[in-house]
Design a protein around this ligand. Sequence first.
Ligand code: FES
Length: 239
Amino acid sequence: MTDNKIKLWIDEEELEVDQGTTLLEAAKMAGRDIPTLCYLKELNEVGACRLCLVELEDSGKLVASCITPAVDGMRVKTNTARVRKTRRLNLEFLLSNHKVDCPTCLKSDDCELRELAEQMGIRDIRFIGEKSTFTKDVSTPSLYRDPEKCILCRRCVSVCHEVQSVKAIVPEGRGFMTVVEPAFYNSLSESPCVLCGQCSVVCPTGAITEREYIDDVWEAIYDPAKHVIVQTAPAVRVA
Ligand code: FES
């Protein structure tokens, strides 16, 4: 083994990896499928969602694999009943404060939160109580923000700051009322946002989406004199 290599075991499988490799990367190399929601490689490695938990055999600790570096001699379990149960519980907590309007959500077909809930067999939201309430932001012609669908993964913040260097949105508030918004709770149109849309590309839910102009929201009006359907100007679908 060379100096910059370390050896660890993923579910009893011996593996040699470079120093600095995270447990998530090591598990992937070993062919393990670990759920992630907040993780974006080398861009958003913040350990916010806790869905990528794995168990360290020696200490029994559950750690977020996306931010935990592999250490020489480590023995890691990626799929114990405790790991699966805790990942599922964390997803249920996210869902407990999420606006669930999947049938009308623009992101419904491509929502990572919904897909993981399906994969984990979550059929009920067990934790029901007060939810954080925020207003929608429809202030720009091309982006639509619904903070009640935000899971605070920070992917949008990272891409806006680190890739685009625009810095239009930031996490604000505390605890239950934490929200990702333009600074000082302004709308996007009042912020430095350039409407590049990269935030909507990385958002795992429908919290930031492109606004949609579609034919089926044109209002059809029947003109009895000409026996034709006349369409009005397109409306903007905002919900
Ligand atoms: Fe690791 Fe979210 S993917 S904490």
